[in-house]
Design a protein around this ligand. Sequence first.
Ligand SMILES: NC(=O)c1ccc[n+]([C@@H]2O[C@H](COP(=O)([O-])OP(=O)(O)OC[C@H]3O[C@@H](n4cnc5c(N)ncnc54)[C@H](OP(=O)(O)O)[C@@H]3O)[C@@H](O)[C@H]2O)c1
Ligand SMILES: [Zn+2]
Length: 334
Amino acid sequence: MREAAFAELIGPPGVEIRERPAPIPDSGEAVVDVGACSINRHDLWILEGDSAMVDGDDLPFVSGLDLAGTVAEVGDGVTAVAPGDRVVLCPNETCGTCEFCREGPENLCENFSLYHGGLAERALVDADRLVVLPDEVKTTTAAALPTAYMTAWHMLRRADVTAGDRALVLGATGGVGVACVQLLDVLGAASIGTSTSEAKLRRLSDLGCDVPVEVDSPDALRGAVGEVDAVLNHLGGEYTRAALDALRRGGRMVICGRTAGDRSSFDVADLFLNHYRVIGSTMGTQADLERLVELVAAGDLDPVVGEEYDLEDTAAAFADMRSRDLFGKSIVHP
Ligand SMILES: NC(=O)c1ccc[n+]([C@@H]2O[C@H](COP(=O)([O-])OP(=O)(O)OC[C@H]3O[C@@H](n4cnc5c(N)ncnc54)[C@H](OP(=O)(O)O)[C@@H]3O)[C@@H](O)[C@H]2O)c1
Ligand SMILES: [Zn+2]
């Protein structure tokens, strides 16, 4: 089988298409014939050598968390899925024994890790992490869901967003950003979405974003968005400080990323005098993913697939992500 492996952590030129024997499932495992795998900034950071999860000793490394396809083979003891089932993988890897695995939510697992290996024709996975797809949910659509939509859905839950709320989505045109805008709509909340690109903001508006705002720096955010009940923040950096200023008293900010920087400084008195809640959040639960599949099947959510690539063009997919030349999710078809 073919796979897109990271042979060097030097950015897109480090991707190498190579042949490898297909995996064989052990007890509790399944092999999925991968029809689609979406990529995330997380994969790009690995490829650029900017992730603590992968270093030179792990090369060649096959990334790709968000795979969907058809079960090809199952190992002993697998009853949840059978060959021929169309499935999407929940990429959470948890220990099953810690306090959070026992009492939930599972994404707080003390030994939390992520699955990698979807950028290949066949992927070996834990069968219990597969969610079976109803006929209404296409394989490509399902591959858009796990990391971006699951994270966004969990963030909205953590922010207690309800109908009628007004929420600011920073960097609203990528995977997590578009997911937040669409899911706010599902909840009946209004969205204010930011981007540096006028063209991408037009697409965001067509998608139902209530207030698209062109913002090219944290300073430009100040005063540009009015008062909001919640902020969904994957940009981090000084956008964090600027977005706190937009929060109403008692407002919530949920942070899941650091796309624009690791650090922000703010006056702690602003936090306590305004009763702000600033919440960190990572990924979501398998139950969140199952809920998203239901929303798609019911016609309430149509995840945005921006660009699609053949496995041979995986390097180009990452180059487009790096140049910010994308809208929504990018999908690689192995
Ligand atoms: N903690 C978790 O579990 C988790 C899960 C998923 C994602 N994340 C994090 O969330 C972030 C987004 O991931 P993604 O896959 O959605 O990425 P993505 O699709 O590449 O995000 C693109 C968006 O980010 C904006 N952007 C990119 N670089 C920027 C910069 N330097 N300054 C300002 N805006 C910038 C783009 O703005 P323009 O429209 O202006 O180009 C666009 O709106 C990443 O930091 C990722 O690690 C975390
Ligand atoms: Zn655990």
